[in-house]
Design a protein around this ligand. Structure first.
Ligand code: GLV
Length: 326
């Protein structure tokens, strides 16, 4: 096995994935947090032919340059803003992500957040646990009913569409913004209306959902000005990336009740959470778990691992569907 490829997995992942990868090289599975810094990666990456990393692993240009033997970086995630893809491609290193396999888990999760938020589950649960429940009340915990309300989705990719499909079943009207308009058949199926201007979409939303990738264009897209455009009863849901929102501006909008609530699964500086969000009213804060089901996390791992196996076996790119194209 001395000459077999060396594969670094930056955190413990499902056993099925580990067993599969063991057929393709010598595996090192690091403990959580070991490779959350560039320095740690730069030090160890020269030993490895393949890297299976997390969305928290900073795969910068410097890391990639240090990976003299590195042939592939496979992200255990669909979003890959943690990887300098351009630098990887310039260095001849392939990059893979994990589309499709997490779409349903994330669509379900976005719907769960919307239901929990619109019906005030968190406050009501706390109220009961704190001993305040003294009997049924006609005016307690009145929330927003979804039928007839407008859901605005920014980012109508697979996950945005999965959420739209679920929300449509609850009688919501769907409007969306996307880099490019989606196929007419999809719009028709979801009864979704394309809004070319983000500002126009935001003004019309009862619920705003962020489902776009983090790019230079979407960084702090939802800032103080955008938040001002939302109606006071609006709810905000983010399962994309934290940095799509200016968190300080959002915390202010929540505290001053310029919007009615938010459900946030992602944060700009994970695992840190902006301190003012921790005390914001009607705000659900969750530890980045949109894809966290047994089935999906195993499927994510297998898809990333198969890209590694394909590259190490010398398969052509056309046979590895989840490689990100240059
Ligand atoms: C999770 O956030 C992912 O990008 O898969």
């Amino acid at each position: 096995m001395a000459d077999s490829p060396h594969i670094l997995v930056t955190e413990p992942i499902p056993q099925k994935v580990i067993s599969f990868l063991e057929n393709f090289g010598t595996l090192t599975v690091a403990q959580k947090g070991t490779y959350d810094t560039e320095e740690a990666l730069i030090k160890d990456i020269p030993d490895y032919d393949a890297l299976l990393c997390m969305l928290s692993t900073p795969v910068s240009k410097k890391v990639l340059e240090a990976g003299k033997k590195l042939k592939i970086v496979a992200n255990f995630a669909v979003g890959y803003d943690n990887i300098d893809v351009e630098a990887a491609h310039q260095l001849g290193i392939k990059v893979a992500n994990t589309p499709d396999v997490l779409t349903d888990a994330c669509g379900d999760y976005a719907m769960a957040l919307l239901l929990a938020l619109s019906r005030k589950f968190k406050e009501a649960d706390e109220y009961l646990r704190n001993g305040n429940f003294t009997g049924w009340e006609p005016l307690g915990f009145l929330g927003m009913e979804l039928r007839g309300r407008t859901l605005g989705i920014i980012g109508m990719g697979r996950i945005g569409q999965a959420f739209a499909q679920r929300a449509q079943a609850f009688g919501m009207k769907i409007i969306y913004h996307n880099r490019s308009r989606v196929e007419q058949a999809i719009e028709k199926n979801l009864n979704a209306t394309f809004i070319p201007e983000v500002r126009e979409l935001v003004e019309q939303c009862d619920v705003l959902s962020l489902n776009c990738p983090l790019t230079d264009q979407t960084h702090h897209l939802i800032d103080e000005n955008m938040l001002e455009l939302l109606p006071e009863h609006a709810l905000l849901i983010n399962i994309s990336r934290g940095a799509v929102i200016d968190e300080a501006a959002l915390a202010n909008a929540l505290h001053s009740q310029k919007i009615a609530g938010a459900a946030l699964d992602v944060f700009e500086n994970e695992p840190e959470v902006h301190p003012k969000l921790l005390t914001a009213p009607n705000t659900l804060l969750l530890p980045h778990i949109a894809s966290a089901t047994h089935k999906t996390r195993e499927a994510i791992g297998m898809l990333a691992a198969k890209a590694i196996a394909g590259v190490l076996e010398g398969k052509p790119d056309s046979e590895i569907p989840n490689l990100i194209s240059p």
